[in-house]
Ligand binder design. Structure first.
Ligand code: UDP
Length: 318
């Protein structure tokens, strides 16, 4: 069996990827230090003899045989990556370095999960892969944005210098089951607040935009990119359906039937004003485009959080 190492495999996106690669007949090695990943995300896979969980940080060098390495290990929501920004930057640089070294040793294919954050607060809209971005190198988002940029650089230099078979994807805002309830991201915040009847917290005036991709669509794109021959990217993966945060709040209220109010809070520093992927390249090279409309994906995510919050509440009963 071919072995795939998924760093960050116990996280939101990583755990869905572990499932997909098991379904495709791979032996999956999930490496995660559970910084933001959880055992709960992968517990259902642990009985599978082809699934192996290794609780380890990518800040430590790893040694094993594998044919494919996917690097999804990094805290990704602003509150989580800003909690210990030096750790975040080290994870992207040193962690990626260790995985690239392992790929080199194994002559493995290496896929780097990068982000739309490499475009910063974009001056070009929508963002295509040729846009070089508008990133503040010294701001509170830099640990993540610049971390991912240097991870892209390292990946490309391993390709040029050692001839390693590398790939880069740039992931735009993604949502779905297994997002953390306390992730601090807009989709999880709004849904949890709506279910609990608390005010929906809109940062700024809510006119900033994001484009939201459902996790199953993203996983399909990642799988196709991993398998694709002679295409190293970078390639944008995201859903071009664009919403203001105010529109999203109203949509969540409608879909949950919640009567929560809206609460306007200060806009965080360096918060990008708009974001929408140009996915022309993904369509052309991977024959990929998102299939799940935002309303449908939100409904499934709302159901997930309703169940999760109910289970949490019954566990807290004496
Ligand atoms: N946001 C918001 N309310 C929240 C959380 C986030 O209005 O409770 C805004 C945030 O300021 C940003 C957008 O929603 O403009 C997306 O934020 P998120 O943290 O989900 O992702 P990112 O900023 O990394 O795209």
């Amino acid at each position: 069996m071919k072995r795939v190492l998924i760093a960050g495999g116990a996280g939101f996106i990583g755990s869905h990827l572990c499932e997909r690669f098991l379904d495709e007949g791979y032996e999956v090695f999930c490496v995660d230090n559970l910084y933001t990943g959880t055992r709960e995300n992968i517990i259902h896979l642990e009985a599978n003899p082809h699934f192996h969980f290794i609780e380890e940080s990518i800040l430590n060098p790893l040694d094993m045989r594998c044919e494919i390495i996917l690097n999804f290990a990094c805290p990704a929501s602003p509150p989580h990556y800003q909690k210990d920004p030096i750790y975040t930057a080290r994870t992207s640089f040193e962690g990626t370095f260790h995985l690239l070294e392992l790929a080199r040793k194994n002559n493995a294919r290496f896929l780097m999960a990068s982000t739309s954050e490499v475009y910063g607060d974009p001056e070009v809209h929508p963002q295509s892969e040729s846009y070089r971005g508008n990133v503040n190198p010294i701001g509170i988002r830099s640990c993540y944005d610049e971390g991912k940029r240097i991870a892209e650089t390292l990946t490309m230099d391993y390709r040029r210098f050692y001839g390693l078979d590398t790939k880069i994807i740039r992931i735009f805002n993604t949502y779905g089951p297994r997002m953390l309830e306390n992730d601090g991201r807009v989709v999880s915040n709004f849904i949890v607040q709506a279910i609990q009847g608390k005010p929906l917290t809109i940062y700024g005036d809510g006119s900033q935009t994001r484009s939201f991709c459902y996790v199953s669509d993203l996983v399909e794109g990642i799988y196709r990119m991993t398998m694709k021959e002679n295409f190293s990217g970078p390639v944008n993966l995201g859903n071009p359906e664009e919403y203001t945060m105010k529109e999203l709040a109203h949509l969540v209220l409608e879909l949950t039937g919640s009567r929560s109010s809206l609460e306007f809070l200060p806009l965080p520093e360096d918060d990008p004003k708009k974001r929408r992927p140009d996915i022309t390249l993904a369509k052309k090279e991977l024959n990929w485009s998102p299939q799940v409309p935002v309303r449908e994906g939100l409904k499934a995510t709302i159901e997930y959080f309703q169940k999760k919050l109910k289970a949490g509440a019954s566990q807290r009963q004496p």
